[in-house]
Each structure stands twice: as C-alpha cells, then as structure tokens.
Design a binder for this molecule. Structure first.
Ligand code: FEO
Length: 165
C-alpha cells in the first residue's frame, strides 16, 4: 500500500512521462518539417518509449492498490529551431526527468517503502542510458556543426532506430 505522499509523487511522475512522450512527438513533427526523417523517426520511437515508461508507473500504482490520477498534459514547451537546439533541449529534459526520479527514490527511502524503491531502480538505470544517448547525439551534432552533409549522415544513422523499433 502506498502512502499518500508517494502515491502523489508517482502520479506526478506518470504525468511527466506522458508529457515527455508528447514533447518528443512534437519534436518528431518538427524534424519532419525540416525533412530530416531519420531524426523524426528517432524522436517518434523516443515518444513511444516515454509512453511505455508512463504505463510502468500506471501499472505499479494499480498493483500496489493505489489510485491512478491522470491530470492535464501541458502543451509541449521545449523550444528549438535547429537539430542542435532540439538535442540540447532533449538532454536538459532528460536531466530534469533524472532529478525527478532521484527525488522519488529519496522519498521512497525516507518512507521505508522498499517496494517502490525497488521498482524505481529500473528508472535510475534507464535515465543513465537516456542521458547518455541524448548527450552522444548532441556532441555529434556539435562536432559536425553546420555541415549539411554531416547532418544528413547523422539523420540516416538515427533513422535506423525507427526501423528496428
Ligand atoms: Fe522516461 Fe526519458 O524519461
């Protein structure tokens, strides 16, 4: 059974994961408008993954006899005009998600809620990967700067994620 404070925080995280899904879907659309279909495919897969994260919280809340409270999803708010902007925003967003997960872990430990703490460890690991992926792409974009050929090459590389997902 979840205590009220943890239940509220888990529902907030559920909302943040759905919001992340929405943010990355908006980013996918942004890349489509630039005709970078590989970047767009990568973001679309990312959006789907975020929704799957949200469902993990949804299932865990129900499994622990908690109450799922779905709240308003904000309009995507990340700002970007170039692929570099978009991945800078992605990296920052993932850092925000990591901080939120760590905060939840702290709450679970303080409450001696070992089941929630155990559940959250998957997300602690996942966030290491999420940040690393976003940073790697950002660094590669910075490396090629404004080279159109470089961006097109990276676009092709990232598109592979869309085809294997
Ligand atoms: Fe579910 Fe990218 O955090």
């Amino acid at each position: 059974m979840l205590n009220e404070k943890i239940q509220k925080a888990l529902n907030e995280q559920l909302n943040l994961e759905v919001s992340s899904s929405y943010e990355y879907l908006a980013m996918s659309a942004f890349f489509e408008t630039l005709n970078f279909s590989g970047f767009a495919a990568w973001m679309r897969v990312q959006s789907t993954e975020e929704y799957a994260h949200a469902l993990k919280f949804y299932d865990f809340i129900l499994q622990t006899n908690g109450k799922v409270e779905l709240t308003q999803i904000n309009t995507p708010s990340l700002h970007y005009k170039t692929p570099k902007d978009a991945f800078e925003a992605t990296y920052k967003h993932e850092q925000k998600v990591t901080a939120s997960i760590h905060n939840l872990v702290g709450l679970a430990i303080d409450s001696k809620d070992y089941a929630t703490n155990n559940f959250l460890q998957w997300f602690v690991n996942e966030q290491v990967e999420e940040e690393a992926n976003a940073l790697k792409i950002l660094e590669r974009i910075k490396m090629i700067e404004d080279s159109k050929g470089g961006l097109l090459y990276l676009d092709k590389e990232l598109g592979k994620r869309g085809r294997t997902a």
